[in-house]
Ligand binder design. Structure first.
Ligand SMILES: [Zn+2]
Length: 454
């Protein structure tokens, strides 16, 4: 193995937390996307209007995604945008970070985050002088790092007493001096957020959490309970009727409300207009409100014809969207619960079967769904996607439920169902073409019980 190979692990460890500056410097085509992160913008690979975005915490790994081109980490987006191979990208990042070369392959990297209590030359127990950094780690312990190369790393990074810093022992490098082989330890040093910056970040995140929580609660309280006879709510009832999913009983929509003039903002935060809106409570398995799901409608009762017509409000820190869903209907004593991905599919299943159905909002939400207490058996009404995303999510959920000793069955719409989208078929397509008889069981077909289903 060449002594001068670039160690990808060393480079990636050094790059962690710095991908914003690395990508801005090495790939100017990404600058716009970095500026607006985590919002969407034009894809720097294929174009399009707004399919591309960096993740919220992309500084850690460089992660980004395009609806068309796929997902990338920092190195792979560099390769894609600059037309580089893996080695060229790694070399460019390594050079940018001034990463040392020739580290012994067996070396283990060790990083320490803490407050700098001392930096300078100190006396070793042996009596020799050596450069030293004393850190108070996050767990309260103190740690001394010694080394001549550490002086170079700290000087380059401008590390001083009271700074918060990350000190990394990268490993050893072998060298020969007067015919004898020696090893020296190589270090990296980097300033991290100061106490003032950390306090500011914490304050902003607390404010943001409080703001998100109160806007979710306020919107839900402001929204009107569904009334079939309401003229104001006509866009909502027209929309549900056009999809064949207006429920027979209004109680099915207890997690669904109506807003007559909900503002719609684009990715830039610009107000596009105000629209009638169906708003649904997304709740966790314990029934607590996590966030709101909105479907924007025209006054004629169609989904708006631009942007995403469906939006989830940001989830406040401390709440988790994982396992949360929109519930249509309540679980009965038989313990039967149906699960689906989208809201329209869930309402289709509820209408056809008469059983409560939860909409898990996305394929990932379906795969990770948590069911409320009292659930004895689950029927998963999966989407039949050409991409097989929906099918895979359903099978993952089935595995998860079986491991929790909850019997679960997956139903897929047949391939003979005509589709209205190019994505695939779902149970709303079935309902509209065949009615409830197109379902594996339907209201009144026979008395289904948890024991017969299991
Ligand atoms: Zn793209």
């Amino acid at each position: 193995m060449s002594q001068y190979k670039i160690d990808a692990e060393v480079v990636l460890r050094l790059a962690a937390g710095r991908w914003d500056e690395i990508l801005s410097n090495l790939a100017p085509a990404l600058k716009r996307a970095i500026e607006v992160a985590p919002r969407h913008c034009e894809c720097p690979i294929h174009g399009g209007s707004d399919g591309f975005r960096f993740f919220r915490d992309f500084k850690k790994t460089g992660q980004c995604i395009c609806n068309t081109c796929g997902a990338f980490d920092g190195l792979h987006i560099l390769m894609k945008v600059n037309g580089w191979n893996f080695f060229t990208a790694l070399k460019a990042v390594s050079d940018y970070l001034n990463a040392p070369e020739g580290i012994d392959p067996a070396s283990q990297i060790e990083s320490m985050d803490g407050k700098v209590l001392f930096v300078g030359t100190s006396t070793l127990r042996s009596g020799n002088q050596c450069f030293c950094v004393k850190l108070r780690l996050e767990n309260g312990q103190t740690k001394n790092c010694w080394g001549n190369d550490l002086k170079r790393a700290c000087t380059e990074a401008g590390i001083q007493i009271d700074d918060n810093a990350r000190i990394s022992r990268l490993g050893t490098k072998s060298y020969t001096y007067k015919g004898k082989e020696y090893k020296k330890v190589l270090w990296a040093a980097q300033k991290t957020a100061s106490d003032v910056e950390l306090a500011e970040q914490a304050r902003i995140s607390e404010e943001e959490t409080a703001r998100r929580e109160s806007s979710i609660t306020a919107k839900w309280e402001k929204a009107a309970v569904i009334k079939p006879s309401s003229l104001v709510q006509a866009p909502l009832s027209t929309y549900l009727k056009s999809r064949g999913i207006y429920p027979d009983s209004p109680e099915i929509l207890h997690n669904c409300r109506f807003l007559a003039n909900e503002p719609y903002f684009d990715d830039e935060g610009k107000l596009i207009g105000r629209f009638p809106c169906m708003v649904c409570a997304v709740r966790n398995a314990a029934g607590e409100l996590v966030t709101l799901h909105r479907t924007y409608l025209t006054s004629e009762g169609q989904k708006i014809g631009f942007g995403p017509a469906k939006k989830l409000m940001p989830v406040p820190t401390g709440r988790s969207i994982n396992g949360a869903a929109i519930r249509f209907g309540s679980i009965g004593r038989d313990g039967i619960l149906c699960l689906a991905e989208g809201m329209e599919t869930a309402l289709s299943v509820q209408k056809a079967t008469g059983y409560p159905c939860m909409a898990c909002v996305s394929a990932q939400g379906l795969a990770n769904a948590s069911v409320p207490a009292g659930t004895k058996v689950v029927f998963i009404f999966a989407d039949n996607d050409h991409s097989e995303t929906g099918q895979r999510a359903a099978l993952r959920l089935r595995e998860k439920l079986l491991s929790e000793s909850i019997p679960a069955v997956v139903f897929l719409p047949g391939n003979d169902v005509l589709t209205v989208s190019d994505k695939g078929t779902d149970w709303n397509d079935v309902l509209r073409q065949y009615g409830d008889k197109g379902f594996p069981f339907y209201r009144g077909s026979y008395a289904l019980t948890a024991s017969s289903a299991a």
